[in-house]
Write a protein that binds this ligand. Structure first.
Ligand code: ZN
Ligand code: FE
Ligand code: FE
Ligand code: ZN
Length: 284
């Protein structure tokens, strides 16, 4: 079989990556680069079978306008992504990374269901008005109690789960980004109730490789949390959090290894917000 001929983006023999990448951004968020078609080409060159754009969702209530599309950009976003949807691999899905914050439901609960989305990834990036994962606001970490901050974070994630508005939680332990971590026993006490709620709600969890490109140098979430999630049968997906085409599928072999080490046998794919389980490949 001539794989090169079947795949318009090139051969797969050496670089085959059998895992979908469900976390790609676009220029509309004001902090990413590259054409939508370039992200897809990059995925194709790696042999990635499916990609999902989950750019930062608009919040017309004025929440964090600098890092997201405007509500009036959403049509453009949908058109840019739709234009890449055809029968060929990589298949393209339309999603959003929507932030949870107090009051987000007012807009999101009506708006999200009124669009033909495949995937809604729920993330927490702010504790009150502090963008705790923003390098520009990093110095705030020096004046807060680390354990209390993680606790406040997980309380927000718990509320995220309770809304039922999201399909999966993105980068679940992102407060570790710059290296600030609670003691392990504290972390377990905080994260287990959240994971229990996720399991009950049928929510997924993302293995996000962007942490490897950050000071912490570790996938989100940590091996410990991935193991605790596996014990609860929480379905997982994989995301590079690419903000440029070169980051698509980045470090997926490490994420696959992590999933195996935790005991996972399957991961989920999603279409029109309905998840289905697929066996994990053995290796790349
Ligand atoms: Zn971003
Ligand atoms: Fe995020
Ligand atoms: Fe992201
Ligand atoms: Zn993200």
């Amino acid at each position: 079989m001539n794989l090169k001929k079947d795949n318009p983006y090139g051969g797969r023999s050496q670089k085959e990556n059998p895992l979908p990448d469900y976390h790609l951004h676009t220029v509309l968020c004001n902090h990413a680069e590259g054409e939508v078609s370039d992200y897809r080409k990059a995925a194709g060159a790696l042999g990635i079978p499916e990609i999902c754009f989950v750019d930062h969702a608009p919040n017309p209530d004025g929440y964090d306008p600098r890092h997201r599309m405007k509500l009036s950009d959403f049509c453009d976003y949908q058109e840019l992504v739709d234009a890449e949807m055809d029968q060929r691999e990589p298949h393209v899905l339309l999603g959003l990374e929507a932030d949870y914050y107090n009051g987000c439901e007012t807009f999101l609960e009506k708006w999200l269901v009124s669009h033909a989305l495949d995937f809604v990834l729920g993330s927490v990036h702010y504790i009150e008005d502090w963008g705790f994962d923003n390098p520009d606001d990093m110095q705030v970490w020096n004046s807060v109690d680390i354990t209390d901050t993680w606790h406040a974070y997980f309380q927000l994630v718990e509320k995220l789960v309770e809304t039922g508005l999201f399909d999966a939680v993105g980068h679940l332990d992102i407060p570790k980004k710059f290296g600030h971590r609670p003691a392990e026993e504290e972390l377990i006490k905080m994260v287990e109730p959240v994971l229990d709620k996720m399991a009950m709600a049928g929510m997924g969890m993302e293995l996000n490789t962007s942490g490897l490109r950050k000071p912490v140098g570790e996938i989100y979430p940590s091996p410990l949390i991935v193991s605790l999630a596996c014990e609860r049968d929480i379905p997982i997906c994989f995301g590079s959090d690419a903000h440029s085409p070169a980051e698509v599928g980045k470090d997926f072999p490490a994420a696959l290894q992590m999933a195996h080490n935790a005991g996972y046998k399957n991961y989920f794919r999603i279409k029109k917000r309905k998840k289905y389980l697929v066996p994990l490949p053995e290796t790349f």
